[in-house]
Design a protein around this ligand. Structure first.
Ligand SMILES: O=C(O)CCC(=O)C(=O)O
Ligand SMILES: [Fe+2]
Length: 373
C-alpha cells in the first residue's frame, strides 16, 4: 500500500486494548460487552444526512441483489442498472478460478482457527494498517461486534511470519496470487462500471498519478453466535473504496440497504463474487451510483467467512465528479479528495465522511459542529 494511503489510517490510531479480544468459540452466552441493547438490526447510521429515505427504512426485504454473468452481451447495461438502483451486484463468469477461491477460503479458516494468543502475535498496532484485530469501525459503536478480522495491505509476509514462524509461505503464496487476480478483475470492473456511465478510458485523467491503482485484503470471520438476534457481526457502513469485491463462503450474513425497501440479504451463490460501489466511485459518478450501506449479521450454528478486496486509486490522485457527468443542470456535488485524505476524514467522522466532502459549505460546517464522536 502506498505509504500516503496508510497515513490516512495512521492519523487516527485505534487503541485495541480498549477492545476485548474474545475467544469466541469458548463462549456459551453472549457477553454484555457484545449485547446490543436495542436490536442491532435496527441500529445503523445514516450515511448521507441529506438523503433521509435510506435512514427511514429498517425493515428487511426479500428482493434479490442482481446477479450478472460477465459473459452476457448485455452485461454493460445490467451493471449500469444494478449500480444505479442498488450500488451492488453479484458476478459470475468473472474469470477467477473456483480453486483459488477455495484456497483463499481455507487460508482464512486456518488463520482464524489458531489460538487467540497466537493470532494476537500478529495484532494490528494502534496506528497500523495490516494485521489481526477488531473492525476499524468498532470505535464508533458502544458495543463490540461478533467478528474478528485480518487486514493485509502490501506483502502478507511480515504478519504471516508472526503467525507461523516456520510455515508461512503457503499462506503468502495464496494471498499474493489472490491479490494479483483481484487487482486485475477490479480494474476490469471499474472500467465496465464507468463504461455503463458512458465514460471511456480517454475521458478520465488521473491527475498527477504516482503509483498504481491498488488494493488490500480484509479477511472477516464471524463465529457461530449463541444469541444472534442481540449480536452484530459488522455494523452498517459504506466502504471507503472505489469498489469492493467480496467472496463469502456458503453461509449468508451480508445484507445491503435498498433505498425505500429495507435490508436485503445477499445470498451466497457458489463461485460468485459480490461487487459493491464504494464512496470514491459514488464521488466520481457525482452520486449517480450510490455507495451502498451494508452490514453482516451472524447466526447460531455456522461459522461465516468473508474476504473483501478493497480497491482504490493511486494515493495522491484527486477524485472528483467526472467532467462528462457534470454540467449546468448537474453541478458537481463533491469536492476533489484524494484517497488518503478521504480515509483520514472517514477515520475521524465515519458515516458523515461523504456528506463532509459534499459541496454545501454551510451544511458541512453544521455537521462538523454537531459531530458527536
Ligand atoms: O462480511 C461481509 O459480508 C461484509 C464485510 C465488509 O463489509 C467489509 O469487510 O467491509
Ligand atoms: Fe464493507
Amino acid at each position: 500500500m502506498p505509504s500516503r494511503v496508510s497515513d490516512g489510517f495512521r492519523s487516527h490510531p485505534l487503541h485495541f486494548n480498549q477492545h476485548k479480544h474474545l475467544d469466541f468459540n469458548s463462549l456459551k452466552e453472549l457477553p454484555e460487552s457484545h449485547a446490543w441493547t436495542t436490536s442491532p438490526l435496527d441500529h445503523y447510521p445514516c450515511t448521507d444526512p441529506i438523503n433521509t429515505t435510506a435512514a427511514a427504512a429498517a425493515t428487511t426485504t426479500t428482493e434479490s441483489v442482481p446477479v450478472i454473468d460477465l459473459n452476457d452481451q448485455n452485461a454493460l447495461d445490467q451493471v449500469g442498472h444494478a449500480c444505479r438502483n442498488w450500488g451492488v451486484f453479484q458476478v459470475s463468469n468473472h474469470g477467477i478460478k473456483t480453486s483459488l477461491l477455495h484456497e483463499v477460503e481455507s487460508a482464512g479458516k486456518r488463520l482464524f482457527s489458531l489460538p487467540i494468543q497466537q493470532k494476537l502475535r500478529a495484532a494490528r498496532s494502534p496506528d497500523g494498517v495490516s494485521g489481526y484485530g477488531v473492525a476499524r469501525i468498532s470505535s464508533f459503536f458502544p458495543k463490540h461486534m461478533w467478528s474478528e478480522g485480518f487486514t493485509i495491505f502490501g506483502s502478507p509476509a511480515e504478519q504471516a511470519r508472526r503467525l507461523w514462524p516456520h510455515g508461512y509461505s503457503n499462506f503468502c503464496e495464496v494471498i499474493e496470487e489472490y491479490e494479483r487476480e483481484m487487482k486485475q478483475l477490479a480494474g476490469r470492473l471499474m472500467w465496465l462500471i464507468l463504461g455503463s456511465l458512458g465514460i471511456a478510458q480517454e475521458d478520465v485523467k488521473w491527475d498527477g498519478a504516482k503509483g498504481d491503482f491498488t488494493g488490500g485484503i480484509q479477511l472477516n470471520s464471524y463465529p457461530a453466535c449463541p444469541d444472534p438476534d442481540r449480536a452484530m457481526g459488522l455494523a452498517a457502513h459504506t466502504d471507503s473504496t472505489l469498489l469492493t469485491i467480496l467472496y463469502q463462503n456458503n453461509t449468508s450474513g451480508l445484507q445491503v440497504l435498498r433505498e425505500g425497501s429495507g435490508w436485503a440479504t445477499v445470498q451466497p451463490i457458489p463461485g460468485a463474487l459480490v461487487v459493491n460501489v464504494g464512496d470514491l466511485l459514488h464521488i466520481l459518478s457525482n452520486g449517480l451510483y450510490p455507495s451502498v450501506l451494508h452490514r453482516a449479521v451472524v447466526n447460531r450454528t455456522q461459522h461465516r467467512l468473508s474476504i473483501a478486496y478493497l480497491y482504490g486509486p493511486p494515493a495522491n490522485v484527486p477524485i472528483s465528479p467526472l467532467p462528462k457527468l457534470v454540467g449546468p443542470t448537474h453541478p458537481p456535488l463533491y469536492r476533489p479528495v484524494t484517497w488518503t485524505e478521504y480515509l483520514d476524514i472517514k477515520a475521524k467522522h465515519f458515516n458523515k465522511a461523504l456528506a463532509l466532502v459534499r459541496l454545501r459549505g454551510h451544511f458541512n460546517k453544521a455537521l462538523l459542529a454537531g459531530d458527536d464522536r
